[in-house]
Ligand binder design. Structure first.
Ligand code: HPA
Length: 279
């Protein structure tokens, strides 16, 4: 019998393909406060998560919950406007189902974005960080359970989970645009609570530069199925205990919204350069 995860994925693919004929090259997951990027591309088709059979629907306020298919310049993309988080209560295979689905629809590259807390003391709120590596050991691997052989191997290599070549392209594009781009390691906690100051210190000791509640599991699922992965965090705040300020989702969104114009420019230039030089 076919693996139930593969079956569910296949049903979702069929459900999308019954409505959408668009074939994307690059998939982009838009993080908190960054969802309005979708208003700045040449949109061809949209599909609400509600309309996909068996699809996990985001419960986070402000997350729209739809796929947007369209063009960035000449590059066919699919944007995920609103992601699914582990803290919402979904099992990990459901959390990464949308990622896998975008791969099945044709995307070769997954461009991850998120809002994250900076734990590197040289970072400031409003900075951008290129993801060079990650620590995902505080959440279950999305690959636990019978391996989905149709997607990838049981023991996939993660030596270069964020592809160096793609990262280097993003760094160069940021420099051309005059947008400072830090680099570092992203650590995923489960959330939904923000960290304590001790957890932030622990994350720093472990080698993290930024912490968040998404992304790392998506990167693992994407690499497993052979997608090429890159990512940028918007450092929306410094980690708990690093400043006097308490943390709130409103402040995270406010900061992400403030730097959204630069973010849009960086993602647009990055997508076009990746399509031109790396696909
Ligand atoms: N911690 C975890 N996730 C986050 C943060 C944070 O400080 N800021 C934005 N997302």
């Amino acid at each position: 019998m076919q693996n139930p995860i593969a079956q569910k994925l296949q049903r979702c693919v069929e459900s999308v393909r019954a409505r959408i004929d668009f074939v994307p090259q690059i998939a982009v997951i838009l993080g908190s406060g960054l969802g309005d990027y979708a208003e700045h591309i040449d949109v061809r088709q949209t599909l609400s998560y509600h309309d996909i059979e068996g699809f996990p629907v985001s419960t986070v306020p402000g997350h729209k919950g739809r796929f947007v298919f369209g063009f960035v310049g000449e590059v066919p993309v699919v944007l995920m406007q609103g992601r699914v988080h582990y803290y919402e209560g979904y099992a990990m295979p459901d959390v990464v189902l949308p990622t896998r689905l975008m791969g099945k629809l044709g995307a070769q590259v997954l461009f991850l974005t998120n809002a994250a807390g900076g734990v590197n003391p040289t970072f400031a709120a409003g900075d951008f960080m290129l993801l060079r590596d990650q620590i995902a050991d505080f959440v279950p691997s999305p690959l636990i359970g019978p391996n989905v052989e149709e997607l990838g191997p049981r023991f996939p290599d993660m030596s270069e989970i964020y592809e160096k070549k793609l990262g280097d392209i993003l760094l160069r594009e940021a420099e051309k645009l005059g947008i400072p781009l830090k680099q570092g390691t992203y650590l995923q906690f489960t959330g939904p609570n923000f960290e304590t100051p001790s957890e932030v210190r622990m994350a720093r000791l472990l080698g993290a530069d930024a912490v968040g509640m998404s992304t790392a599991c998506e990167a693992i699922a994407a690499r497993h199925m052979g997608l090429r992965v890159c990512g940028i965090s918007c450092i929306s705040n410094l980690g708990a205990g690093m400043t006097e300020q308490e943390l709130s989702d409103e402040d995270v969104k406010e900061t992400a919204g403030r730097v959204a114009p630069q973010f849009r420019a960086l993602v647009t230039a990055g997508i076009q350069a990746i399509a031109k030089e790396a696909l």
